[in-house]
Design a protein around this ligand. Structure first.
Ligand SMILES: C[C@@H]1O[C@H](OP(=O)(O)OP(=O)(O)OC[C@H]2O[C@@H](n3ccc(=O)[nH]c3=O)[C@H](O)[C@@H]2O)[C@H](O)[C@H](O)[C@H]1O
Length: 445
């Protein structure tokens, strides 16, 4: 038996999934293993810069079949509004025969997948192993609610009374939608039928949730650690941002970013701008243009630009988030608690304010805010609306040097960061992960 393995990767057609899978591929390639990465044709170009081992990680393009309702040429979630994810999901499933053909031709030892609920069956037929790789937090995987179920009801044996949904979270948890029904089926079938479950986390953060998932599905749960990408040292922080940020004292600027997916309604976007203004602090707000508009400028509140012109910027394009977070002037990070973003915030020295929108973000927020107490959460009304005052109050509570809550979260954050940053911790996870995988497929590493 050869000492190295050949893994297939087949993530859901969303960059928020494909990129973390590619981070894992890089780690495997670093250790000498080969990866065939199945991607929609057009996505390949955008993913190539993240492939650090092009000799070992080979993209295998798939043609995304057209289904009724899906715009012509749409291949990933970036090409369609969230309301059309259902059609994209149908097209994703229709790639089955292309995936099978690739399996026959290239004979992998194992496959990593997430939403493709038919993979485990295919793997059994062709005699290789399947690993369901979940790139959201373990807290989110551990609370998959059956469609239409009540959020207040916790599954038996659930390990926390704090990491839970509350009444005001209804906006984030659409258990009644057709898309959710499909997603629930995809995820639970994948988790039940795979040979092993892999989670992008570590036990220092989510140990009890990982154990719970293992019991829930009666399955081995492997941890990769957070798989933080290597810092991109090829490009320095853009001049416009280093210039702007350097005008302010250390730790004084509030940076707000809401990840790759969140698109606000215009009124909520304006409230966000006004909340930032009300803090009186310098700020950089990097969010997408509100729904239906093509720029952030056209949605700014009346007179806003003039009032904040010396201390605030609203930006609608991609920014170099990790580099901004490590700028000494930035002292507070307001974010949506997407898994990648939260880890970046934890590994920074910024105070953390969380404003979650989607269900996995809500649960991860509760873990950070209520169990670890390393952050504060912006409160929302029953409708899901957050007011400028609630945003201002959350930011002020962590930025005000004399505030007790601010002191508590800073000290807890420092302690947690020390644990997570202990030398060799994350590398140890990868080493152990690869060993267990090799064991699973009977390969000697
Ligand atoms: C799995 C799914 O992906 C989504 O995550 P999203 O892509 O928003 O956020 P992150 O995982 O934080 O990832 C976002 C990544 O984009 C980077 N970034 C973002 C904006 C920008 O302007 N510049 C940057 O560099 C950021 O640094 C981070 O690495 C949703 O949350 C969803 O809840 C979750 O289930």
């Amino acid at each position: 038996m050869e000492s190295k393995f050949h893994a297939f990767m087949f993530p859901w057609f969303a960059f928020g999934h494909m990129i973390p899978f590619l981070h894992l591929a890089n780690k495997l390639a670093e250790k000498g293993h080969r990866v065939t990465f199945l991607v929609p044709k057009k996505a390949q170009k955008q993913l190539e810069p993240h492939n650090l081992f092009p000799e070992s990680i080979v993209f295998h393009p798939l043609t995304v079949p057209h289904v009724n309702g899906l715009p012509v040429g749409a291949e990933t979630t970036s090409d369609v509004p969230i309301s059309m994810d259902n059609f994209l999901s149908e097209a994703f499933d229709l790639t089955h025969d292309q995936v099978e053909a690739a399996v026959r031709a290239l004979k992998p030892d194992l496959i990593f997948f997430d939403f493709a609920h038919w993979i485990a069956k295919l793997a059994k037929e062709h005699m290789f192993k399947s690993v369901s790789y979940m790139i959201v937090s373990a807290t989110a995987v551990s609370q998959l609610h059956p469609p239409g179920s009540s959020l207040g009801v916790l599954p038996p044996g659930y390990p926390s009374s704090k990491v839970v949904f509350r009444e005001n979270d209804a906006h984030a948890v659409l258990t009644d939608s057709i898309y959710y029904e499909r997603l629930y089926h995809q995820l639970t079938t994948s988790l039940k039928s795979c040979d092993a479950i892999a989670l992008k986390t570590c036990k220092e953060m989510e140990g009890k949730f990982c154990d719970y998932i293992s019991r829930q599905y009666n399955k081995k749960v492997l941890l990769t650690g957070p798989m933080l990408p290597e810092p991109d040292t090829s490009k320095p922080l853009e001049e416009r941002w280093s210039h702007f940020l350097s005008k302010f004292p250390p730790g004084s600027v509030v940076f707000c970013a809401l990840g790759s997916q969140i698109v606000l309604e215009k009124d909520q976007f304006q409230e966000l701008c006004l909340g930032m203004e009300m803090t009186g602090l310098p700020f950089l707000l990097a969010v997408k243009s509100p729904r239906g508009l093509s720029t952030v400028q056209e949605a700014l509140p009346e007179g806003f630009e003039e009032r904040v012109k010396d201390r605030g910027v609203v930006w609608g394009e991609w920014v170099q988030q990790p580099l901004i977070l490590s700028h000494p002037s930035v002292g507070c990070f307001v974010n949506h608690c997407g898994p990648g973003t939260l880890w970046e915030g934890l590994m920074s020295d910024c105070q953390i304010v969380l404003l979650p929108f989607l269900s996995d973000q809500v649960l991860f927020t509760r873990l950070m805010t209520e169990e670890f107490q390393v952050s504060v959460e912006v409160s929302r009304e029953k409708t899901g609306w957050f007011s400028k005052e609630s945003l201002r109050d959350a930011i002020k509570s962590v930025m005000d040097k004399d505030n007790d809550l601010g002191k508590l979260v800073r000290s807890n954050h420092t302690k947690l960061k020390e644990v997570l940053g202990s030398p060799g911790l994350f590398d140890g996870y990868v080493d152990n992960f690869v060993e267990v995988l090799a064991d699973l497929i009977n390969v000697k590493t």
